[in-house]
Design a protein. Structure first.
Lengths: 486, 486
C-alpha cells in the first residue's frame, strides 16, 4: 500500500463560501483522485483526524467520504479505514466508477446558486427582501389575463412553434418602443428571448470564449456573474459610484487589456439603483468604439426611470448589444425579453438562441403583444409611482429605525436599496441576526466578481407589501442593534 | 505589394449546402485573412476571374467581396481591384475593422438553420409537410385555455419566477407519469425545461466538451445535429433499421472509442418512425453500463406509441438521462419539457439551466399542471387515434398516387413518414419539383451527421388537414412523375 499523499492534497476550505464544507472537501478530494495526486490505494486519514486538522465536525468529513464511496472513488472497510479505490484515477473510465465521475471539470464559482435563489418560491414566515420581482400592486394581472384569453384559442398561436427570431408583431412593438427612446431599431434587429438572463448567456457564449476577459461593474447583478463563471469568462471589475460606472477606470483597463465586452446596467443599476450620467454615457460609447470592444447594455429597468433618458443603444447601434425584459415591468413568469445587436452578428445569436429553446413561447409572445397594445402604457406610470412611494417609505423607516452609521447609496431609484454597514459590522453577521428576527436580504459579496461587499447588502423593496416593507426594516433595525451591541 | 496568396486560399464551395454560395466564399476569405493565410495587402483576383474559376455568377463574388469591404477586411479601388486591408489580420483588433470581425470562430455545420426551419411560421400556399407540430384536431385548446384562465389571476404564479428546478406540483405530476411507465422517478429527479431542445443543449454543454465524440443515430433529429455542431461535438453515426438503432454497431464503436454519450430516440424515432425492440433496449443499456457511457434518451413521442412500453430510463436510472416534452402531445408553444438524470449530476444541469433562462415560465407550468389534472388523459388516446388514422390515409394515398419504387420505412408510427426514392432520383430534385407543384417536405441530408440521405425525405403528416394530406401526396406524386420522366 502506498504512503498517504497528504498533506499535498489537503483540502482547503473557504468558510465564507455558500458551498457546503462537506462538498468542498468532497470536490477537492475527488479532483485529487481523478488527477492522480492521490494515486490508487492511497490511504486517507481517518475521519476524526482529518476533521481535527481542518477544524470541522467529524460528521462533515464522514459526509464527504460517503460521497466518494458512492462515486466508487474510495473504499472503506471496517478496521482498515478509507483508501483510494484501485484504478479510480487514470485511465479514466477504466475502473469501476460510474460515468459521471469522469465528466469534464465543472467550475461553479463562489455563489453557484444565486440565480436559483433569486428565482425560488418563498417559503416560511420571514419578510424577504431578496427577489427583484414587481410589486403585487399595481397589478397587471387582470388585463394580462384578458390578453391571454384573447389568444389562447387560436391554433396559429398555440399549436405551432413560431419564428425563432420572435413573433413579428411583437418584434415591431418592441422596436417601436425603442425608437421612442431614441434608438434606430427596426423589427428585424429584435431577437425575442425568454428574458435578459438568456441574453447574458447568449452574449457570454457567442461573443467570447472560455478564458477570455470581460469588464463588469462592481457591484453588479450576481446572476450575470454566475453566468460568466459558468461560461469560463474572467471578469475585470470596475467600480460604480453615484453617477454610474467609473468610465475612467474602463479607459485605463482598455489601455492594456482586450476584454471581449463591457457589461453594464446604466439605468437603475442593480444593486445600487444609480443611473449613469450623460457625460459618462457618451464617453463609454466613444471608448468602446475606439477600442473596438462592444458594450453589453443590460436594461431591465430602463422604462422605470422617473425621468427616462435613452439607452446607450441610442448612442451607437454598432457598439451596443442591448438586452431588456418584461420581467420587471409586467411579470417575471412571462419569461419574455429581447436582445438587439448589429446585423452582422444577429445570425450568430439567432442560431445559438435556437439551441437554447428553439423559439420563445409564441402563446406568451402573442399574449404580451396584445397586452402592450391594450394596457402597458397605463401600467408603467402606476408602477413608477409605486416604486417612488416605496422608496420614500423605506427611506423614512430607515431614518427612524436604523442608526445613522448605516449608509444608503445616494441617487438611487428602482427596485433596490444598496446599503453599507459600518466597518465593524459584517453584512453576513447582520443577515444572521436579521433572519433570527424574521427578515432576510442578500449580502453583498455575491455582487462582486473579485473581493468586496463584506459590509454591503441589498434589499429589494418590491416583493413585500408596503406594511411589510416598514416592519421588515424595523426587524432589521433590531438586528443592527443586536449585532452592534456585541 | 505582395503576391497573391492563391490558390492556397481558393475558396471551396459546397453546392449542395443550404448556406448561400456568396456566404461560403465570404466566410472562407474572411478566415483566410484573419488567420494570415492571405496577408495584408494581398491582391485578390478580379471578381470575374474568381467567378470563372469557381464556376459561379460574377454577382455572387461581388456580393462576397462587398461583405468583406463592409467588415473592413479588404479595400476596393476603381482600376486597381481588391486587396486585403492593411493590418486586417494580425494583431486582432488593431486595424480599422469593426469589433465583430475578430469574434471567436463560429462553426455552424451544414444545416445551420434547421431548428429555425422546423419552428418558423408557415407563409404561402404550399402544403407543408415540414414541421413536427401536433394536428389541429383533436384540439387541446379549449381545455388548455380553461386551465390557463384558472391560474392567470394568481400573483403567486405570475408575479414571481418560481423554483428553477420547476414548479413542485408539476414535477410531481411528471414523476407520477414516468412511474406509471416503469421508472423509479421521484419529483426531485425532474428538472423542468422549456422543451427537449433545451435538454439536448443542456447535455451537450454539461456532459461533454468541444471536440468530444458522441454517438448519434443515422438518420436522427436534425435539430439535435445542429445543437451538437454548435457545441463543437463530433457525432459518430450509427444506422437505424426497422427495429431501431443498430446496437451491434454501438458495441463495435465502444470497443475502441470513448464517446461522451449515446443520443437515441427509441420510441417513434424521428424521422423513421420506428420503435426500438426490447432485445436492443436491454442490450443498449447493458452496453452503456459496461462501457460507462450514459445514454441520452430523447422521448418526445413515448406516450404516443400505440402499445406503449417503458422508456430506456425504466431499465436504468443511473445510465439513462431522459428528455421529454409536451410539444408533441399538447402544444409546441407551451415550450415545456423536462429532463431526469442521476442525482449526482442534477446540480450541474440545474445551474446551467438557470443560465439559459433562470427558470421556466411558472405561469405556463401552473397552467399545464392544471391541464394534466383535468384533460390530458382524455386527450392522449384521441391524439393516438388521429395519428393512426392519418398514417392509414397517407399509406393509401401513397399506394394510389406514387410508383412502387418509392419506399416507405417499415414499422413506423407517429408524426413522420420516412421515404426512400429510387437510386436515380435525388430527394433535392424531387423537392424542387414538389415545390413547383405546391407541396414541400424536408430532404434527407439534414438528418445525417456525416453523408447519407440523398435519396431520402421526411414528411410530417400532422401539420396539415386530412384533406391536405391526401392532396399533398397527390402533388408530390405528380412531381415524382415529372422528375422520373427526365
Amino acid at each position: 500500500m502506498r504512503e498517504m499523499g497528504w498533506p499535498a492534497a489537503m483540502p482547503s476550505i473557504d468558510r465564507d463560501s455558500i458551498v457546503p464544507i462537506y462538498q468542498q472537501i468532497y470536490e477537492e478530494l475527488r479532483e485529487a483522485i481523478l488527477t492522480g495526486t492521490l494515486p490508487e490505494l492511497t490511504r486517507l486519514p481517518p475521519e476524526r483526524t482529518l476533521a481535527e486538522k481542518l477544524n470541522v465536525n467529524r460528521s462533515t468529513v464522514v459526509h464527504a467520504y460517503r460521497e466518494l464511496v458512492t462515486d466508487g472513488l474510495i473504499e472503506q472497510r471496517v478496521g482498515s479505514g478509507s483508501r483510494v479505490a484501485r484504478a479510480a484515477g487514470h485511465p479514466p473510465r477504466s475502473a469501476d466508477v460510474p460515468w459521471w465521475v469522469t465528466l469534464p471539470p465543472w467550475r461553479v464559482g463562489s455563489f453557484p446558486q444565486v440565480l436559483g435563489e433569486l428565482a425560488a418560491t418563498i417559503h416560511g414566515e420571514r419578510i424577504s427582501f431578496v427577489q427583484g420581482v414587481p410589486p403585487v400592486e399595481p397589478s397587471p394581472l387582470g388585463e394580462l389575463a384578458k390578453s391571454f384569453a384573447r389568444v389562447a384559442n387560436d391554433p396559429s398561436y398555440v399549436l405551432t412553434y413560431g419564428d425563432s427570431e420572435g413573433h413579428a408583431p411583437l418584434r415591431e412593438a418592441i422596436a417601436a418602443r425603442m425608437r421612442s427612446r431614441g434608438c434606430e431599431t427596426t423589427a428585424r434587429d429584435v431577437l425575442v428571448l425568454t428574458g435578459s438572463t438568456q441574453g447574458i448567456t447568449l452574449v457570454a457564449q457567442s461573443l467570447a470564449e472560455p478564458g477570455d476577459e470581460i469588464i463588469v461593474e462592481a457591484p453588479t447583478y450576481p446572476g450575470a456573474l454566475q453566468i460568466f463563471q459558468i461560461a469560463g469568462l474572467r471578469a475585470i471589475p470596475v467600480a460604480v459610484d453615484e453617477d454610474g460606472m467609473r468610465v475612467d477606470h474602463v479607459e485605463a483597463i482598455l489601455r492594456t487589456r482586450r476584454p471581449r465586452f463591457i457589461y453594464t446596467m446604466p439605468a437603475l443599476h442593480n444593486p445600487t439603483g444609480v443611473t449613469m450620467n450623460d457625460d459618462r454615457r457618451e464617453r463609454l460609447v466613444t471608448l468602446a468604439q475606439r477600442a473596438r470592444v462592444p458594450i453589453v447594455e443590460d436594461d431591465p429597468y430602463g422604462e422605470l426611470v422617473q425621468h427616462p433618458r435613452g439607452p446607450l443603444a441610442a448612442l451607437s447601434s454598432d457598439y451596443v448589444v442591448y438586452l431588456s425584459t418584461f420581467s420587471k415591468t409586467i411579470a417575471p413568469s412571462l419569461r419574455l425579453g429581447w436582445i438587439t445587436a448589429p446585423r452582422t452578428i444577429f445570425e450568430r445569436l439567432l442560431l445559438r438562441k435556437q439551441s437554447y429553446d428553439m423559439a420563445t413561447s409564441l402563446y406568451v409572445q402573442a399574449g404580451v403583444r396584445d397586452y402592450l397594445e391594450t394596457a402597458y402604457d397605463a401600467h408603467l406610470p402606476r408602477l413608477r409611482a409605486e416604486l417612488e412611494a416605496r422608496r420614500a417609505i423605506a427611506r423614512d423607516a430607515i431614518a427612524e429605525h436604523w442608526p445613522k452609521t448605516m449608509r444608503l447609496a445616494k441617487g438611487g431609484g428602482g427596485f433596490y436599496l444598496w446599503l453599507t454597514a459600518p466597518r465593524e459590522m459584517r453584512a453576513r453577521a447582520l443577515l444572521d441576526a436579521a433572519e433570527r428576527n424574521g427578515a432576510t436580504f442578500l449580502f453583498g459579496e455575491a455582487f462582486f466578481a473579485a473581493s468586496g461587499g463584506d459590509h454591503n447588502f441589498r434589499m429589494a423593496i418590491t416583493p413585500v407589501s408596503r406594511e411589510e416593507l416598514v416592519s421588515g426594516i424595523e426587524r432589521i433595525g433590531a438586528a443592527i442593534a443586536s449585532v452592534g451591541a456585541r
